[in-house]
Design a protein. Structure first.
Length: 172
């Protein structure tokens, strides 16, 4: 009986992962740190930036942006568990003064203070996000997107990052 309960507990996250994939929603699949560095470098992220990571997962993008590029950041993560993990990682790295993690839906939060938006989402979520970004972003805000394009923003740079491309936009 205990084995059945254990198998059920193990299978629930796997089931959720596949369900999200089927619904074409973003799933937590962390980017390699080397890929993150390459995207942040191509986006010319600096200490003057406030980077918003929409769907921040475990917080790794913001941690690298803060430690290696000097940026401040806000991570918005819908998953309660991942937001707690991201907060823990930020605290462990001693970056609580530079990075804020929020558990919530980025569609319901204002992102207008961002100078950089970072996303690693699905094609569907990128499409849904375009209208919100057009409404809230200021001219000159950079959008860094791993793996999926935004159709209505002007592409500044396309870079090969591992087995896929990443895209750098500047909001005009």
């Amino acid at each position: 009986n205990m084995i059945k309960i254990l198998l059920l507990l193990i299978s629930l996250p796997i089931f959720k992962f596949w369900l999200d994939l089927i619904r074409n929603e973003a799933v937590f699949f962390p980017l390699p740190k080397k890929t993150i560095r390459k995207i942040l470098k191509a986006g010319k992220v600096s200490k003057r930036d406030i980077i918003y990571d929409l769907g921040c997962g475990d917080g790794r993008v913001l941690i690298i942006a803060a430690k290696e590029f000097g940026a401040r950041g806000v991570g918005i993560e819908k998953s309660w568990f991942l937001s707690k993990l991201a907060k823990w990682n930020v605290e462990k790295e001693g970056l609580k003064d530079k990075i804020k993690i929020v558990n919530g839906d980025f569609f319901k939060m204002n992102v207008s203070k961002a100078t950089v938006i970072f996303v690693y989402l699905s094609k569907k979520l990128n499409r849904m996000l375009e209208r919100k970004l057009k409404r809230e972003l200021r001219k000159g805000t950079k959008i860094l997107s791993a793996a999926h394009e935004f159709s209505s923003f002007k592409l500044k740079k396309k870079i090969k990052t591992g087995h896929f491309y990443s895209y750098i936009y500047e909001f005009e």
